[in-house]
Write a protein that binds this ligand. Sequence first.
Ligand code: NAD
Ligand code: DAU
Length: 350
Amino acid sequence: MKKILITGGAGFIGSHVVRLFVNKYSDYQIFNLDKLTYAGNLANLTDIESQPNYTFLKGDIVDAAYINGIFAEHQFDAVIHLAAESHVDRSITNPLDFVFTNVVGTVNLLNAAKELWKADFSDKLFYHVSTDEVYGSLHDDSFFLETTPYDPQSPYSASKASSDHFVRAYRNTYKMPVVVSNCSNNYGPNQFPEKLLPLFYNNIKNNKPLPVYGKGENVRDWLYVLDHARAIDDVFHKGKEGETYNIGGFNEWTNIDLIKLLCKVMDRKLGRAEGESEKLITYVTDRAGHDLRYAIDANKIMTELGWKPSLQFEEGLEKTIDWYLANETWIDNVTSGSYQKYYENQYTAR
Ligand code: NAD
Ligand code: DAU
C-alpha cells in the first residue's frame, strides 16, 4: 500500500484533494498533516474521516523534529505539499509568518523526504503545489507559461517563489524526484471567507459593504477547486518528474465584473430585487502593490496530460453559492471569534 503525505489537507484546496484521493484510491494510505491554523478546518472532511485509508496528523511543518519523526514513523512514499499561509493581505501585515511556513516549512519537508528516500529515490515523489503569482503581474495581453521568469511582487508570492526554488534546488543538488504545479485563482466550496468570493458572498448575505480594492480593474483567472484537485491527481500520476505544469481555467474576469455577476446571482437566490446587492459595492483603498492581471496558459497540462476544466464559470459559481447557502453553520463557525478581529483590522480604516 502506497503511503502518501498530503500537507494542508484541512484547508480549502487540500480538503478537496484529500477527499478525491481517499475516495478514488483505496490502495493508498492518505495521511493528512495540518496545523489547523485559522484556515484549517476538520469540518471540511467529516464525510471521509472514518475511511480506513485516511489518517489525520495534527502538526506544524515548521517543526523539523516533528516532521522528521512522522517521516521515520510512517515511511511515506510520496508527498503532495499544499500547506501554506495563502492570503496576500495577511502576508502584507505579517510577512514573517509566510517565510516560516512557506519557506522553512517546505525545506523541512524536503529534508525529511531526502533523509528517508536518499538510499533509493525510485518510485518516490515530492509534489509541490504552487501558485501563478510567482510569475508576477501582467500588464499586457500575454499569458504565464511554465518558462515565464519568476517575478513575485507580494510577500506571499515571494515566499511561494522561494519554496519553488528550494524544491527545484533539491532536485538538482540531491536528485530528489519532484514535480511542481502553478495554479490560478481557485473558487468553490470550503474557501475561507477572507478571499474575494466567499467574503463577498457573506457580506451580501448580511447586507454589509463589499470592499472593492482600487477601481476593481484587476484581472484574475478563476478555476473551480475540484478541477484543480483533478489536475493535481493527473500531475501526480501522469506528470513527468522534474516538470512544471501550469493550471488555469482560461477564465479571466475583472474583479468588478465578477462581483457584479455574484451580486446578480445572489439577488436571484435571496429573492431580492435585481440590482439590490450591487448597491453594497464600496470602493476602498487599494491593496499595496496590487498585481494587475494573472492569466495562465494551461496548454501544456491539457495537451500532455489530457486535463481540462469540467465546468463553465457561471455553472461553478452557481454551485459554489448553493454550497454556501446550504452550509450556513460552516460559514457561521468560521466567521465567529478571531475572524471578527481580522475583519476589523483589515477593513475598518480602508
Ligand atoms: P488555505 O489557506 O485554505 O489552507 C492552508 C492549509 O494549510 C490550512 O489547512 C492550514 O491549517 C494549513 N497550514 C498552514 N500553515 C501550516 C503549518 N505551518 N503546518 C501545517 N499546516 C499548515 O490555502 P488554499 O487556498 O487551500 O491553498 C493551498 C495551497 O495551494 C497553498 O500552497 C497555496 O499557495 C496554493 N494555491 C492556492 C490557490 C488559491 O486560489 N487558493 C491557487 C494556487 C495555489
Ligand atoms: O492566483 C492564485 C492566488 O489566488 C493564490 O495563490 C492565493 O493563495 C489566493 O489567495 C489568490 O490570491 P488573490 O490575491 O488573487 O485572491 P483574493 O481572493 O485575495 O483577491 C482576488 C482579487 O480581489 C484581488 O485582485 C484582490 C481583490 N479583492 C480581494 C479582497 C479580499 C478585493 O477587491 N477586495 C477584497 O476584500
